[in-house]
Design a protein around this ligand. Structure first.
Ligand code: URA
Length: 243
């Protein structure tokens, strides 16, 4: 693949297109050890060696990160008030990364961050019904009736009820020194309606206190990632996602 030198540098976040043109004019950029003809010079990706101020600039066409979203940041690329999930990916090469789907500001857990639009489309297209598994702490006693109801679909105030969802009760206990029941659950849903998990529990008179996504399709959250941490996807994970 060949691309223009100014695009190569701008894609890798060296500067805006006009900034990198200046750097090229000021001879701060070299290609294979020589000063290039100009910003329009073609670069063979993976073959030509491009340096900026003496440091090599590798080109990445796509990047894929598994991120454990913490509470308090937004699933967006820019925001005026809060950190975004993309702000956490400090080692990124590409400046066009985005989160695949959204988690609420107070939800934590698995988010895939990439610049691969076609992979994102495949995971998010409503017709694909990609399963997403959440763990939640719920106030109230989640019951077998709720399990039954969720397995048929729940009315959450939309035109149609939710698709069948698999609810597993992990525990139902009273918190120490408290008179309130707390349930720990796992829920697998195959759609992505706004606040879906919270609304499903509200529909049965309970409320979600803590919510964490632990998988999306074949991608499982790496337990070793703490909220706010990320790593690149392994080859194996990428292969599974692309199947
Ligand atoms: N369902 C919710 O209610 N919130 C999320 O962040 C994800 C799913």
């Amino acid at each position: 693949m060949e691309i223009r030198l100014d695009k190569y540098l701008a894609d890798m976040g060296i500067g805006t297109r006009s900034q990198v043109k200046q750097y090229i004019r000021k001879k701060q950029v070299q290609v294979n050890g020589s000063v290039p003809n100009g910003p329009q010079q073609k670069v063979a990706v993976g073959k030509d060696i491009v340096t900026f101020q003496g440091a090599e600039v590798d080109y990445a066409v796509y990047e894929y990160y598994m991120f454990c979203k913490p509470k308090g940041c937004v699933s967006a690329v820019t925001d005026n008030c809060h950190d975004t999930v993309v702000d956490y990916i400090t080692d990124r090469k590409r400046k066009d990364l985005f989160p695949v789907g959204r988690l609420d500001i107070d939800t934590e857990g698995l988010l895939l961050i990439t610049n691969d639009g076609s992979l994102a489309h495949n995971l998010l297209a409503p017709g694909r019904h990609v399963p997403k598994c959440y763990q939640a702490k719920v106030s109230g006693q989640v019951t077998e009736e709720d399990v039954e109801l969720f397995s048929k679909g729940v009315e959450i105030g939309e035109e149609h009820p939710t698709l069948p969802a698999e609810l597993k009760i992990l525990s139902v206990e009273k918190e120490k020194g408290d008179d309130l029941w707390i349930s720990q659950i796992e829920l697998v849903i195959t759609e992505g309606k706004f606040h879906q998990v919270k609304r499903m529990f509200e529909a049965v008179g309970k409320s979600v206190i803590d919510l964490k996504r632990i998988s999306m399709g074949p991608l499982k959250l790496d337990d070793s990632l703490k909220p706010g941490e990320y790593r690149t996807l392994t080859e194996e994970e990428l292969k599974l996602l692309c199947q």
